[in-house]
Design a binder for this molecule. Structure first.
Ligand code: GLN
Length: 541
């Protein structure tokens, strides 16, 4: 059995459990071990595909067509490993499996109960992920915060695993230590209470990672040690950092990998995080700004603006910028604003490049089309991702091919010129309201055309990229679009679908039906983002 490290959160959500999990994985990799990670989302949804990104953040997609939590994206970016269906669990998935087994009489006539059958299924899944990946360590991040009713069953699984294999299971608690302005001192009480709640679930944390605006000092560590029943050396200070990618190095400054390996009685191998260190140095030394605007719509929640819906896009911009020693300055613009007030697009001329990311539904669509027209006419580097590509095709059809009513049948189902439309099986799926996990999902091959921006970026003819969409460029319009200068730069060989469009005589105008952002990592930035940033750099100069 692999060693299992559970990571749970106390005090509040959003303290960085995902990054802490990824960073623990990174430092264990740095000691020569094979690591995998599992994200547990305590939702009844079967996957993240049916969740609104404003509520839940980005829907990340793996090669094997899993629509999952954005933390799987963090794991891939930090660990440079590909994750699969084995790496994700929701309450819904677990219950569905148990109910299926019950229907198949797999419990041999027993009463099937929440305990132990649900946690047993959780445990079986954790073990299976370890076996399949042959990992030395399986990190298991339990979503939510201790004390929430919905993650109790997962804590129960952790407790049961620990009871059975005390030498092979650890529990790490990531908590938050506020420094209220009115007091001016870091307070440990919320952490003490969170640990007490964890204790009620029968779990004693082995390590506490204290997230805060500032580093944890010795008095704080001592206090947590006394009240939470833990060695002060197992209290790890994890202050806010300028760059998330620094966190594994900060964990090592606190000696975390050695503490973990000692607890497992494992002989620590020599530390090696050289690539990571030089990547972080490059990041810190990237001073010349590159200004990128993202025009989207999943930002606003009440009075707050959140950018989690576009997490992988943002990270991919950063990776490519640092790779070119540039400091990314990313700004948000709401497509709806340009729909209401089209002349406002002029404000975008101060940017070195513009990205229109993926999305669904008609809100803000005309604003996006306006922005694309502005990029095309003013030679501003443009990268359209999925919906962004589809809107670029509509803009071209309307303004260059003269098809004034060109649209996507997602936006206008009765449209007489659907240059973007549903193809094949998708028609039946939509008619029958089969929405969950039925999009064109996961990795598909794509063949690149010679002498295109894409080919010179990838430097290879055959690529594979991840998808998440239902609509496609309508092949009935392909000849006309091509005759007016739209380049079909990438084609799916099996179904003859257009996956990339480009424009000639433009510094950088590329739209992809797939989502390149899902495959960018800080160590290996994505080639298309890299070329986009190089074009932005040129414009900045
Ligand atoms: N809504 C579009 C489609 O389903 C684009 C999806 C996306 O941008 N991910 O095809």
């Amino acid at each position: 059995m692999s060693r299992i490290i559970f990571v749970g959160g106390g005090v509040m959500s959003g303290v960085g459990k995902g990054i802490a999990t990824s960073s623990i994985g990174k430092i264990l990799q740095g000691r020569g071990f094979k690591v995998t990670a599992i994200k547990i989302d305590p939702y009844v949804n079967i996957d993240a595909g049916t969740m609104n990104p404003i509520e839940h953040g980005e829907v990340f997609v793996t090669n094997d067509a899993l629509e999952c939590d954005q933390d799987i994206g963090n794991y891939e970016r930090f660990l440079s490993e590909e994750f699969t269906q084995d790496n994700y669990m929701t309450t819904g998935r677990v219950y569905l499996e148990v109910i299926k087994k019950e229907r198949n009489l797999e419990y041999g006539g027993k009463c099937v109960e929440v305990v132990p059958h649900i946690p047993n299924e959780v445990i079986a899944r954790i073990k299976r992920a370890g076996r399949r990946t042959k990992a030395d360590f399986v990190l298991v991040e339990i979503g939510g915060t201790v004390g929430e009713y919905q993650n109790l069953i997962f804590l129960e699984a952790a407790r049961m695993m620990c009871l059975k294999n005390p030498n092979k299971v650890l529990f790490v608690m990531v908590t938050y230590l506020p420094v209220p302005k009115s007091i001016g001192e870091m307070k440990t009480k919320p952490t003490q209470n969170a640990v007490r709640i964890l204790n009620e679930a029968g779990i004693q944390p082995d390590i506490i990672i204290g997230r805060s605006e500032f580093p944890l000092d010795e008095p704080r560590k001592k206090k947590i040690s006394v009240f939470c029943n833990i060695d002060p050396k197992d209290v790890v200070s994890s202050p806010d950092t300028e760059f998330l990618y620094e966190i594994p190095l900060n964990f090592e400054k606190e000696g975390l990998s050695t503490r973990i390996l000692n607890k497992f009685n494992m002989r620590p191998k020599k530390k090696d995080l050289k690539d990571w260190e030089s990547m972080v140095n490059r990041m810190k030394n990237s001073k010349k700004p590159v200004k990128v605007a993202i025009v989207g719509k999943y930002f606003q929640t009440g009075d707050f603006v959140l950018t989690d819906s576009y997490l992988s896009v943002i990270e991919a911009i950063k990776h490519a910028s640092w790779n070119n020693m540039l400091k990314p300055e990313i700004e948000w613009f709401s497509a709806e604003e340009y729909e209401k007030n089209p002349s406002k697009v002029k404000e975008l001329k101060d940017y070195d490049g513009i990205i229109i990311p993926g999305g669904f539904g008609s809100r803000g669509i005309e604003g996006k089309i306006k922005v694309i027209e502005f990029c095309r006419e003013n030679n501003i580097p443009f990268l359209g991702l999925c919906l962004g590509m589809q809107m670029a095709v509509i803009e071209f059809a309307r303004n260059i091919c003269g098809i004034k009513d060109a649209n996507s049948s997602e936006i206008d189902p009765k449209c007489s010129n659907p240059v973007i439309t549903l193809i094949g099986d998708q028609v039946d799926l939509i008619n029958n309201k089969k929405y969950g996990a039925t999009m064109r999902l996961g990795a598909y091959p794509c063949i690149l055309k010679d002498y295109t921006i894409s080919y010179s970026a990838y430097k290879t003819k055959e690529i594979s990229e991840r998808h998440r969409h239902r609509y496609e460029l309508n092949n009935d319009y392909r000849t006309l679009l091509e005759s007016k200068g739209l380049i079909m730069a990438g084609i799916n060989p099996e179904r003859d679908l257009v996956e990339i469009i480009e424009l000639k005589n433009h510094p950088f105008f590329v739209g992809t039906q797939f989502h390149p952002e899902f495959k960018s990592t800080p160590l290996v930035p994505h080639p298309l983002f890299n070329s986009f940033i190089l074009a932005c750099k040129k414009r900045a100069n």
